[in-house]
Design a protein around this ligand. Structure first.
Ligand code: MV4
Length: 450
């Protein structure tokens, strides 16, 4: 096992990783920017090193400074958290060539999943269902374009091969707008990703976004965990996640879970990761993409499965064998996560940084709070606005929702605006309570558009 781990991140995830390390008897080194010197992760780590000024590009993305900090303090591994350098294969390479283990996937796995066209091909070859569409890049010069599009069927969606997470997509309702849309999509993709490869998929209407946590060791043993339903989003930013999905039964869970394992094995994956699926009204499911990192919403899976995913991730990186079996991971109870952001939901979710003045954190039965905030904490304006993951759980979904409602009442974050009122609205919404929601829930039912 590692002796000392550097956490190349900040905020709640840095705190989460430090907690996992301490439980494993591993020493921790926090890194922080100048504006984060009074942050929680700095306070609770064994050691802390300042790696640069506020802007992330000069600190949390500053590879030479992070590697120097790890070397000087004698770390044998780096945990990248999520965001920042977590999916940067160049960083992973620099770690390894500096004799420091990168706690994450190999660059080969990341690259195979990074090109969405390649990923689709690999999935088809390995018996994973993908949305009907093309397995080659398309262009307007292709004489068979109309035929190819007709065969897939409208509405279509054009996606950038190097895009992901909702960036670089364009819906095409009918053949009239196809070639214009392809041209525009290509030039946008070139601008955003430095690569103009795009492909076509059948557009799945009102889908659910359901993802499977997987874990794999370096012997190829791979398991899936109960799914997370992440359908409640705003502009591709998740707001609420829950596990299990109110939409899945044990049979579909097993079918999708098995495909998630196949998808991970197909790219020789060897750490924790997530396979995203779209599920349509008829419960057809389609592989979308893979997230090659620990995700924000991992705690709900920890609660319903009883497995500490961050400790597991660290143990797998240290070469330990996975001792779990998919069939033996039991699904117990129901968990919901609300992402509390320092944003003003009445002002188009404008960031609301500032000093927290008057804080009351909820607790009691069935509440888990993953947060780095404290009373008097100054939220910097340089980073993302997630300040708190409020997670509740119970015997069933009804109890988890009741606990979330009362925890949202107990939660008071004075001095700044937060998304707490929006979460209260969603919790009391009839369609949410019935579990009847798709990815358009917020726009359709809360903002009354579309
Ligand atoms: C789709 C789709 C419908 N049909 N693909 C958005 C995130 C990116 N990973 C893929 N996304 C979508 N791909 C097909 N063929 C609808 C979306 C989508 C979406 C997916 C999950 C969660 C929220 C979403 C919101 C809008 C669109």
């Amino acid at each position: 096992m590692f002796k000392k781990v550097l956490i190349a991140n900040r905020g709640e995830i840095a705190v989460r990783v430090i907690r996992a390390c301490r439980e494993l008897g591993i020493q921790t080194v926090a890194v922080h920017s100048e504006v984060d010197k009074d942050s929680m992760h700095v306070k609770i780590a064994d050691k802390a090193v300042c790696i640069g000024p506020g802007p992330a590009i000069e600190s949390y993305l500053n590879i030479p400074n992070i590697i120097s900090a790890a070397t000087i303090t004698g770390c044998d591994a780096i945990h990248p958290g999520y965001g920042f350098l977590s999916e940067n294969t160049y960083f992973a390479d620099v770690c390894e060539s500096s004799g420091i283990r990168f706690i994450g996937p190999s660059k080969e796995s990341v690259h195979k999943m990074g090109d969405k066209i390649e990923a689709r091909k690999i999935m088809i070859k390995n018996g994973v269902s993908v949305v009907p569409g093309t397995t080659e890049p398309i262009s307007v010069d292709n004489p068979d374009l109309e035929k190819i599009a007709d065969k897939i069927g409208y509405p279509l969606i054009i996606k950038a091969a190097m895009g992901g997470g909702g960036r670089g997509m364009r819906v095409v309702p009918s053949k009239e707008s196809l070639s214009n849309a392809i041209q525009t999509a290509k030039s946008e993709a070139k601008n955003a990703f430095g690569n103009d490869k795009v492909y076509l998929e059948r557009y799945v209407e009102e889908p659910r976004h359901i993802e499977f946590q997987i874990a794999a060791d370096n012997k190829g043993h791979t398991v899936y965990f109960p799914e997370r339903d992440c359908s409640i989003q705003r502009r591709h930013q998740k707001l609420i996640e829950e596990s299990p999905s109110p939409f899945l039964d044990a049979d579909l869970r097993k079918k999708m879970g098995k495909q998630a394992v196949k998808a991970a094995k197909a790219v020789d994956y060897c750490t924790v990761g997530t396979i995203e699926f779209l599920v349509d009204k008829k419960k057809n499911f389609f592989f979308l993409e893979m997230n090659t990192r620990i995700q924000v919403e991992h705690p709900i899976t920890e609660i319903v499965s009883g497995v500490d995913l961050v400790k597991l991730q660290i143990k797998l990186a240290a070469g330990e064998e996975l001792k779990l079996e998919s069939e033996k991971i039991k699904l117990c109870g129901h968990a919901i996560e609300c992402r509390i952001n320092a944003e003003d939901p009445d002002r188009d979710f404008m960031p609301s940084p500032g000093r927290i003045n008057g804080l009351n954190l909820p607790g009691g039965p069935g509440v888990r709070l993953d947060t780095h905030i404290y009373d008097g904490y100054q939220i910097p304006s340089f980073y993302d606005s997630l300040i708190c993951k409020l997670i509740t759980y119970g015997y069933n979904r009804k109890e988890a929702i009741a606990r979330m409602e009362r925890a949202l009442v107990e939660l008071k974050v004075g001095g700044i605006k937060t998304t707490t009122p929006l979460h209260k609205k969603i919790m009391e919404h009839d369609y949410f309570r019935k579990g009847d929601f798709q990815t358009d829930f917020l726009m359709k039912h809360i903002y009354g558009q579309q």
